[in-house]
Write a protein that binds this ligand. Sequence first.
Ligand code: PAN
Ligand code: ZN
Length: 188
Amino acid sequence: MKDTLLVPFSFAIDTVNGTLAPERPPVQRRLDDMKTAYAQETSGDDLVYEVRQIDVPTTNSNLLSSTTTLYPGKTNGEYYMTKGHFHQKRDRAEVYIGLSGEGRLLMSSESGEVVVEEMRAGSVNYVPGGWAHRSVNVGEEPLVFYAVYIADAGQDYLAIEHQGGFPVIIVEGENGPEAVPNPRFQQA
Ligand code: PAN
Ligand code: ZN
């Protein structure tokens, strides 16, 4: 439609730190913003992750995209991670493209199925509609990835809070990062 025709545009991503040119102000999440996201309650002003979004209208199946820079660290043995969410419109899928660092992508369905995939430079993860998703930095460097989805998807964080997080958490095991049952998880 003529009245909604956008002008094409381009950005450059710094794949090591996730910044954009032209710059976009980051949304920042600190431990204090996610006190109840981890299996054990946590707090502090440590910066856990930043999201830089390339805004587009949420109409007409526009594609919203963003970079996430997830810093390395642990709290009570759990690696730093994003809050995680279902999409408000449950059928909306998403593609994650790994740019740097080393991570895990936790995905879980409303019936409690779990899939854990690896993230690194060059990885492409497809998150189908209906799967909640949370990324976890299991390395020593920032985990940076690019995400693309239909702009009207929305993020439902409450559903994750209500079920006590994801069915599994990622902790450091004897042979590296491992997924173990989340003691706080309750099937919705
Ligand atoms: C991502 C996430 C981003 C931050 O762009 O929004 O990695 O994670 P939380 O939104 O869970 O805090 C995405 O999945 N968007 O839909
Ligand atoms: Zn999402």
